[in-house]
Design a protein around this ligand. Structure first.
Ligand code: G6P
Ligand code: MG
Length: 243
């Protein structure tokens, strides 16, 4: 039960992954990879699509190639072409590409004084949040660009520092199994959604966040837990942008 998770320790902040958790963009990444490798005459192994979630651009291409070796130049070309295709596809994003339930959940957390941040490996994450009308939901955003400047820190560590909470008081919401493992190693709580719902590592798993919001019995415990938390940030809560 989520209520058990939230009462087992004081949760002061939630960190949401962007692609596949806040924005319905995981498929955009896959489609862009598929096009970029196929134009180089390389097959895209469909079975790998889900395991690309949360992986860096470079690591994603390594996973797609598997045992196959290509020249460094071709590797760079494919990464470049994938990014061009992905960025071009983002122009189709609208508020409707916000994942169901996420805005309601964030609204609920914020009303109750729980800090909310967004973290992504993607260099396009801020743009994605803008395009789906979700930027203002987050007190802080850490994306692939920020992490480049502090390479020794994981993005989750940068985010908890910005939110001024300790990892133990922070819950990560992720669709990537690999990132759930990272969050747990850092001593954070982890909620696995989508494909990560099959994770044994996560503290709590859900098919979708909408399912959580619908579960009325989970909500009072969030309110209860947040009663003793400062509510300053709540005062300028912007109107919620998407569904
Ligand atoms: C996120 C996505 C991954 C993507 C990574 C880097 O974690 O889930 O699929 O590879 O960001 O994204 P970028 O847009 O910078 O290549
Ligand atoms: Mg993701």
């Amino acid at each position: 039960m989520l209520s058990d998770l939230l009462t087992s320790r004081p949760i002061r902040a939630f960190i949401f992954d962007v692609d596949g958790v806040v924005a319905d963009t995981a498929g955009f990444h896959v489609a862009a990879w598929k096009g970029a490798v196929q134009e180089q005459g390389i097959d895209f192994p469909e079975s790998i699509a889900e395991s690309l979630r949360g992986e860096s651009r470079r690591r994603s291409l390594e996973l797609i190639l598997g045992e196959r070796t290509i020249s460094q130049e071709q590797f760079e070309t494919i990464m470049h072409r994938k990014n061009e295709a992905y960025v071009a596809a983002l122009s189709r994003l609208t508020n409707d590409d916000c994942m169901p339930g996420v805005v309601r959940l964030i609204g609920l957390l914020r009303k109750n004084g729980i800090k909310v941040g967004a973290v992504s490996a993607s260099q396009s994450a801020r743009r994605v949040l803008q395009l789906i009308g979700a930027s203002k939901l987050f007190e802080t955003v850490v994306d692939g660009r920020d992490a480049q400047f502090i390479p020794e820190k994981h993005r989750f560590e940068i985010a908890v520092a910005k939110l001024e909470v300790s990892p133990a008081n922070c819950c990560v919401v992720e669709d990537s199994l690999a990132n759930i493992v990272v969050a747990k190693k850092l001593g954070m709580c982890a909620i696995g959604v989508g494909p990560a719902a099959s994770s044994n590592e996560a503290d709590y798993v859900l098919e979708t966040l909408e399912a959580l919001v619908r579960r009325e019995n989970a909500l009072p415990s969030i309110r209860l837990k947040a009663d003793d938390v400062s509510n300053e940030w709540n005062s300028d809560c912007p109107p919620l942008g998407c569904r």
